[in-house]
Design a protein around this ligand. Structure first.
Ligand code: NAP
Length: 467
């Protein structure tokens, strides 16, 4: 540690999702700060005009419990030691060198927002979509098209993680049932046109290896006029699966849920106009197109349990008639300008959050946290412990290196560059505006809506800046 000069430690955080906000919170409440040994001043930058990253643009709109996290993030952002600069793209609007001149440390918290690649024939056909793109559309992301072709009656969703559940649940819901959420008008109109009757979720492993979580799985049963369909042949467990179920309370709870649904299905096969099928032990082999290059089917390969907790292909294939395929097989982090990138894992090379150079030595003052640090796994809560590790190292290493650490100079610099940045006050204005749009609209029960999101970037910026 160097002797503290008479100024706060200036820290820039790139990304205002949970990773960036939790890291800022932990830094501002660290022991060093609480004991009066260190003062910090934190600026969070985001490429979007509104804060909260994945919470605003990655969480399903019908997940108000998770949206509730916004309330806690809000409280954190009210801390006067933390400022928000939205609509600022790292690498172009502000470069690493420009940040290093103005900040003693930079924390990358940019997350992972692209789909992992799937290498099977037909993956590029019209009607084969990455889940991340679809999630961005239904969450009103400013940079994706306003239109989404919801034309398929039968849909395959690949993957057995919570994103697959989100996508399948939202796809199978009736549009009017989404009006209690904050979906933008274009998204409601899109879902209203959907002729969907059957959504098939495919997991390549067995029910004992699902990556769902119990609460999220149970939520599937709450959709109105949607029956869940399960297949008995997927529930013949081997010894390894039985051991997995016994040793993991989450899996045990989910198997219980699935067994209950199977019982209910036997007693009452269901009459809903939409069905959500859960298939296990099937890997995608090929997306099959028609003569116009549009998806017309998916060919799945049947797997069997291998007795050791894994699976092996049986050689049997099954073709399902579907007109759209959504790939929810995991996210992948993107490369950022001027820092290293691990192409295999989609993360910034780092050691416990200290960013590494080509020789695997820590680069002074550079840190990473969240999914760009550890990869796209874990619930939002696990981001906190991750941030703690990064922040602990940042405080251990800290040094007052910035040559121009005057907070107001950042605003002047961005203004001079013509960057139309948004601020925390601007977010309050946009937030109120979106709430007022909600109050002026009604849901299917005639109740005012809580919020209607503003989608176009220019509108978000203009409203935030009061222009
Ligand atoms: P995930 O949990 O890692 O699930 C990815 C799924 O894709 C797994 O079932 C995986 O199967 C499957 N997969 C991977 N490659 C495949 C391939 N080539 N063919 C077929 N299947 C393949 O990822 P995620 O669903 O994107 O979620 C990311 C994180 O965000 C998770 O921690 C998740 O819990 C969290 N999240 C939480 C919520 C919530 O509501 N709480 C919502 C969304 C996301 P294997 O298991 O066999 O590898």
């Amino acid at each position: 540690m160097t002797q503290a000069p008479d100024r706060p430690l200036r820290v820039a955080v790139i990304g205002s999702g949970p990773a960036g906000v939790y890291a800022s919170d932990l830094l501002s409440k660290s022991d060093a700060v609480a004991d009066g040994d260190l003062e910090v001043s934190i600026d969070i930058f985001d490429r979007y005009p509104a804060p909260f990253g994945l919470i605003r643009y990655g969480v399903a709109p019908d997940h108000p419990r998770i949206k509730g996290i916004i309330t806690s993030l809000h409280k954190i952002m009210e801390n006067p030691a933390i400022r928000f600069f939205g609509n600022v793209e790292y690498g172009t609007d502000i470069t690493l060198a420009e940040l290093q001149e103005r900040y003693d440390a930079v924390i990358f918290a940019t997350g992972a927002y692209y789909d992992a690649s799937l290498h099977i024939p037909g993956v590029d056909l019209d009607g084969s979509y990455g889940a991340a793109d679809f999630v961005a559309w239904y969450d009103g992301h400013p940079d994706v098209s306003r239109e989404w072709p919801l034309e398929a009656r039968e849909i395959a969703v690949l993957g057995n993680g919570n994103v697959a559940l989100d996508v399948a649940r939202v796809l199978s819901k009736h549009a009017d049932d989404l009006l209690v959420t904050e979906i933008p008008d274009n998204v409601y109109e899109g879902f209203k046109k959907s002729p969907v009757t059957d959504v098939h979720i495919f997991g390549r492993r067995g029910p004992a290896q699902m990556k769902f979580t119990p609460l999220e799985l149970r939520e599937l049963a709450k959709s109105r006029d949607v029956d869940i369909v399960l297949y008995d042949e997927d529930f013949e467990f081997d010894e390894a699966s039985r051991a997995a179920i016994e040793s993991n309370n989450q899996i045990k709870a989910m198997i219980k849920t699935l067994d209950k649904w199977r019982e209910e299905q036997k007693e009452n096969p269901g009459t809903a106009s939409r069905r959500l099928h859960l298939h296990f032990l099937q890997s995608p082999a090929e997306i099959v197109g028609d003569e116009n290059g549009k998806v017309r089917a998916i060919r799945m390969e049947r797997n069997e349990l291998d007795g050791a907790g894994g699976i092996r292909p049986t050689g049997e294939t099954i073709e399902y008639s579907v007109q759209a395929v959504y790939r929810a097989i995991g996210y992948f982090g993107s490369e950022l300008p001027e820092v290293g990138y691990d192409k295999l894992r989609g993360v910034i090379p780092n050691q416990e959050g200290r960013v590494l150079d080509d020789t695997e030595s820590p680069i002074p003052g550079l840190y990473a946290t969240g999914w760009i640090k550890r990869g796209p796994v874990g619930l939002i809560g696990s981001t906190k412990s991750d941030a703690l590790e990064t922040i602990t190292h940042l405080i251990e290493d800290h040094s007052f290196s910035a040559s121009d650490a005057e907070p107001e100079h950042v605003n002047e610099f961005l203004d001079a560059k013509g960057v139309r940045f948004t601020t925390w006050d601007g977010w309050h204005t946009l937030d109120e505006h979106e709430r007022s749009l909600g109050e002026a609209a009604t849901d299917a029960a005639g109740q005012p809506r809580k919020r209607v999101k503003v989608v176009p970037r220019e509108d978000m910026v203009n409203i935030s800046r009061g222009e």
